[in-house]
Design a protein around this ligand. Structure first.
Ligand SMILES: [Zn+2]
Length: 289
């Protein structure tokens, strides 16, 4: 359950039958509520400017399991939203000492604590940044799996619904939420601000986690079916040797590992961009497996 969802059914205290009354408008912003197929709850669809949703997203972002920004609680977030200082998590990084010290009740020390906490959040690992975005159905565990599998926000943003569903026990509902998150202009703006701020957008490879190899640091697209490896094994092998799995071929791709049945359009794209294409055998030889 996401923090952004507002439960709007009220129990009628006067009725013996505990009859549930549904209200039709958001009590905060008066937008007509909607219900998604197959879900019990009604939602306010005004995600962009419904005040509790705006502060809810930021409160989730700064929470302990996400970015753990100390010195800032719900009330502070609500105040900053109300004053128009922040509209999304990306705005946190442009807050200044001068604008915060103007606020009533804020002393040098508390302002400095907030700014220090925001600064330190730039070191928080990518999996927690991903969790902090508050994508529906993406809890800490799902975020961790997605972060580990895709390696970076950019790779995840490019992933198709099928590629997301292919990740360990990821359901279609989650995959669709993730996919559509990255296709919203508003979210792209938030992500741009976070990138600009220098927040972690990819997994940091620690030295022990991979073996140095000719593919270390390379961005690799896997396509088709293989004999010796399943696709997941191949992707794991790439990660173990320090490569990064990416979803689609671009000018930044270093290799395509092509199996049986790679699509002709992918092949054409790789060729036109001059991306080296490795067969399964080439890949095995390159790594000396
Ligand atoms: Zn609302």
């Amino acid at each position: 359950m996401s923090l952004l969802e507002i439960q709007v059914c009220l129990f009628n205290a006067t009725s013996d039958s505990n009859e549930v009354i549904f209200i039709e408008e958001c009590p905060e912003c008066s937008t007509s509520l909607v219900r998604k197929d197959g879900e019990a709850q009604h939602y306010c669809p005004n995600t962009e400017s419904c005040p509790p949703q705006v502060s809810g997203r930021i409160e989730h972002y700064i929470s302990r399991k996400a970015m753990d920004i100390a010195g800032m609680g719900s009330e502070t977030v609500q105040l900053f939203v109300e004053k128009g200082l922040i509209r999304h998590p990306g705005d946190l990084y442009s807050l200044t000492f001068d604008e915060l010290i103007e606020l009533e009740g804020f002393k040098d020390k508390s302002v400095q604590n907030i700014l220090d906490g925001i600064l330190q959040s730039k070191e928080v690992p990518f999996e927690r940044v991903l969790f902090g975005l508050g994508i529906r159905h993406v809890g800490a565990t799902v975020a961790k799996k997605l972060a580990k599998h895709f390696g970076s926000m950019f790779a995840l943003a490019e992933a198709s619904i099928e590629e997301i569903t292919a990740v360990d026990s990821m359901g279609e509902v989650i995959a669709r939420e993730v996919y559509s998150y990255f296709r919203s202009e508003k979210n792209a703006m938030v992500l741009d601000a976070l990138v600009e701020a220098g927040v972690q957008m990819e997994m940091i490879q620690t030295e022990e986690s991979f073996t140095e190899s000719p593919i270390t640091g390379a961005k690799i697209v896997v396509s088709g079916v293989f004999e010796r490896f399943s696709r997941n094994e191949l992707k794991d092998t790439i990660e173990r040797y320090g490569g990064q799995n990416v979803g689609s071929i671009s000018g930044k791709t270093n290799y395509v590992v092509a199996g049986e049945g790679m699509g002709p359009s992918k092949l054409k794209k790789a060729e036109s961009l001059g991306v080296p294409i490795l067969s399964e055998q080439d890949f095995i030889e390159l790594l000396g497996l």
